[in-house]
Design a protein around this ligand. Structure first.
Ligand code: PMT
Length: 412
């Protein structure tokens, strides 16, 4: 199964403004071009001082626009034509100045003029000094633009070029690209649906400093959340500790233990239409966790473990009110046999059984070896697939199930 490519043949205007992070726009231009988009680089005067337009031209194969009247020489980049043709305007990095111009409808260069003329989605990735970002004028401009339907990703907090630390740093390019890809996606088959996802590991305290846990990175949960949002769903991710945070645009609920996760799911489950349990939840926790750090005693240490709540098990049982349920099973043995066994215990609508163990993909990796099993015992072998592809396969099935549920019954 191939992952769909939302970028192919899309025209994207990449507006680059005069922040020191302008060099990171080269990575954005390069990745979008690689993915098949036609990227039109537009540099403001100050951006062109920081990164040469010819760099963007070499990366994208398109002429970089640096001045309003450039376009008169080339009807293909005439600003009104581009404004109506483009599928997306991505402004990265976006300075306080371009946000102020866009919020106030100023049109004194190619980028600001075209922003006014376009009806395509606009995504800003702001980057600026912390004081500029937190200034009431910038915050008011952000609110105005948000209220008009513009989209934002970042900034994040961190060390800035001006040697201060605080919010204002351009968020990482892969996160910008994920957000941009959501805006380009034209599928809307989960519009109006609420998707609740568990992701990451849980940590079960042994004492105040030690815990039992596992190697889940949250990558599978991230891929599921992105896919559901791309299809128009409203997404909540309940995440245990994980290397990969849920994507921007999803509601994020942080938990630590299996009991916390169960509680967080219980609070939100009745509102969900679809529940996907991708988290690797600890089945057991220490019966007792002292408040002081455990000391070496020179003796063998015996731990009593008690069973944790089975979050997905409860969703299949008393909690279920018509939600579509998707479970995951991380297995080391025969996938199909193990999957069928798991389906008997937890009768979900769809189960993703994936192979884990030494040298295998799964935990922490970007791919899974997986089978899809559904309630009617049909098996689809996804083979060795990227986690994005697995997420796509999961929601393709969920959409089919939803469509079957509303399809008219034939009367003979
Ligand atoms: O996070 P990554 O690094 O991307 O890795 C992804 C993954 C390997 C964690 C993911 O693909 C996966 O397989 N998740 C489920 C792992 C697991 O714990 O499997 P299980 O067989 O123990 O549990 C079966 C199902 O019950 C799972 O949906 C699990 O979320 C759920 N469960 C399990 C125990 C429990 N107490 N509560 C639960 O809800």
């Amino acid at each position: 199964m191939m992952k769909r490519n939302t970028w192919n043949n899309k025209e994207v205007v990449l507006g680059v403004t005069g922040s020191i992070a302008a060099y990171k726009a080269c990575e954005l231009a390069s990745r979008m071009t690689e993915l098949g988009a036609k990227v039109l680089p537009v540099l403001t005067r100050s951006a062109a001082e920081l990164v040469g337009p010819s760099t963007f031209e070499a990366i994208t194969g398109q002429r970089a626009i640096t001045a309003l009247f450039d376009s008169l020489q080339n009807p293909d980049v005439e600003h009104i034509a581009v404004a109506s043709r483009a599928s997306l305007f991505l402004i990265a990095p976006a300075t306080a100045n371009i946000l102020a111009k866009a919020a106030n409808g100023l049109a004194d260069d190619w980028l600001s003029t075209t922003l006014l003329a376009t009806r395509a989605p606009i995504l800003f990735a702001p980057a600026m000094n912390t004081n500029m970002y937190t200034h009431p004028a910038t915050q008011a401009n952000l609110n105005t633009l948000r209220a008009r339907g513009c989209h934002f990703v970042g900034p994040e907090a961190g060390r800035l070029a001006c040697r201060t630390v605080g919010p204002g740093r351009l968020i990482d390019p892969p996160i910008i690209l994920d957000m941009a890809s959501l805006l380009l996606d034209e599928r809307n088959d989960l519009a109006g649906k609420r998707v609740l996802i568990t992701s990451g590991a849980t940590r079960e305290a042994l004492d105040p400093v030690r815990y039992l846990s596992n190697r889940s990175s949250g990558k599978m949960g991230y891929a599921l959340a992105i896919e559901a949002m791309a299809r128009g769903a409203q997404v909540t991710v309940i995440t245990g500790p994980a290397e990969k945070a849920p994507p921007h645009g999803a509601e994020r609920v942080d938990v630590e233990t299996a009991e916390d996760m169960d509680e967080a799911v219980a609070q939100r489950f009745s509102e969900a239409d679809i529940f996907v349990a991708a988290a690797a939840v600890a089945d057991y926790r220490p019966a007792y966790a002292p408040s002081e750090k455990r000391k070496r005693t020179g003796q063998t240490l015996q731990l009593d473990l008690v069973e944790n709540p089975d979050v997905l098990g409860r969703a299949c049982g008393q909690r279920k009110q018509g939600q579509i349920l998707v479970g995951f099973a991380a297995e080391t043995g025969d996938l199909e046999e193990m999957g069928r066994e798991k389906l008997r215990k937890k009768p979900v609508d769809l189960l993703v059984v994936n192979r884990v163990g030494p040298g295998q993909c799964g935990f922490g990796a970007d791919s899974l070896d997986a089978l899809l099993l559904d309630g009617s015992a049909s098996v689809t072998d996804l083979g060795h697939a990227g986690k994005e592809t697995v997420a796509q396969a999961v929601f393709d099935r969920v959409v089919q199930t939803l469509q079957r549920a509303v399809a008219p019954v034939d009367h003979i």
